[in-house]
Design a protein around this ligand. Structure first.
Ligand code: BV8
Ligand code: ZN
Length: 283
């Protein structure tokens, strides 16, 4: 633990630092949306039917079983679009409206931050979005923005609400390829517009974040509801530190998890639901 002039759980020293902070980066993960009822990747929420969410978020899984992966994403689309932004999403949106030098890098694909009114120019969804679907055909650039107003195909029609729950003993049906979402331009198979493991993050977003970093020292890095295990997104914590930032972690369980750079390197540690803590510390 670096020498801290304050108790790491002390809100007044955090608020004093926040008051004099201009350049702030928030790195957000699945925990930000937990209070909106959306499952996280690790812990109890990390399961969908009998599958580990992480094993389904790969190009290999999609190639092997597009029907299963599409049903996983259709269930997450349905859950995300019926969820509501929580007080943490609204607190971040309010801060970004108040401070144009504040940016949010979100690993979440649920679209709850934009729906909380977070200005798009200060929000970087580095893992894509459940609202986007794109064509898998190499020479086709078809992309569709689909907010689940209507199902992408009849075979992925909305399920009864409880069906999106973790229902471990029901194996999803095998939907034939031709009944999965198809491209209206080339009839190719469409895929969710998210970044899967082993896929590169959108270069334009990474460049924009780097451009923000290069503008000068960073005053504060907020690490909100993330296990900090997924790269390169997790790397922004250290990058902020190297740019002079103090680090505040908001997490349901504060651990000395080295993935979070270890609590040793955090200046503040706020343990609990970010939907309760963020409005309090950012007001
Ligand atoms: C890349 C979109 C370059 C999809 C996601 C081997 C081969 C290839 C790559 C790698 C490799 N080894 C390592 C890598 C890099 C890999 C990686 O980091 N793997 C990890 C598992 C080690 N990264 C990649 O592959 C990235 N691409 O590196 O490209 C490359 C290319 C080829 C070869 C090499 C490198 C792409 C990563 C993006 C993957 N896509 N999402 C989808 O959503 O379906 S990641 C997905 O999982 C989420 O977006 C999120 O980022 C991640 C889960 O992390 P968290 O958000 O932190 O969620 P988690 O559940 O883990 O934690 C929740 C936290 O909240 C917990 O701490 C909990 O305590 C807390 N919490 C819960 N409730 C609350 C709360 N906190 C506060 N309040 C609450 N109420
Ligand atoms: Zn196409």
């Amino acid at each position: 633990m670096p020498f801290l002039e304050h108790d790491p759980t002390d809100m007044s020293s955090f608020k004093a630092h926040l008051a004099q902070s201009k350049r702030i980066l928030a790195l957000c993960g699945a925990g930000l949306s937990a209070s909106s009822g959306l499952a996280t990747f690790r812990g109890a929420g990390g399961l969908w039917k009998t599958h580990d969410a992480m094993s389904l978020a790969t190009p290999q899984a999609f190639t092997k079983d597009p029907s299963l992966v599409w049903q996983f994403y259709s269930a997450r689309r349905q859950a995300a679009f019926s969820a509501k932004p929580n007080a943490a999403h609204h607190a971040l949106a309010a801060l970004s409206i108040k401070n144009k030098d504040f940016i949010t890098v979100t690993q979440n694909v649920d679209g709850l931050s934009p729906r909380a009114g977070h200005p798009a120019e200060q929000l970087f969804p580095v893992h894509g979005s459940l609202s986007t679907v794109k064509c898998t055909s190499v020479f086709c650039n078809y992309v569709e923005f689909n907010n689940f107003e209507m199902a992408l195909t009849p075979s992925l029609a909305p399920q009864p609400a409880d069906a999106t729950e973790v229902d471990t003993d029901v194996q999803p049906p095998n939907i034939p390829l031709e009944q999965l979402p198809r491209c209206p331009k080339c009839a190719g198979l469409l895929r969710p517009g998210v970044v899967w493991f082993s896929e590169t993050l959108p270069a334009d977003l990474l460049d924009d974040i780097d451009g923000w970093m290069e503008k000068g020292p960073v005053d504060l890095c907020l690490v909100i509801g993330t296990s900090g295990r997924v790269w390169p997104a997790a790397g922004y914590i250290d990058q902020c530190r190297l740019n002079g930032a103090k680090v505040a972690i908001v997490n349901m369980e504060i651990s000395s998890d080295p993935a979070l750079g270890g609590v040793a390197d955090a200046d503040w540690l706020f343990e609990g639901d970010c939907a309760r803590i963020l409005p309090e510390i950012l007001e």
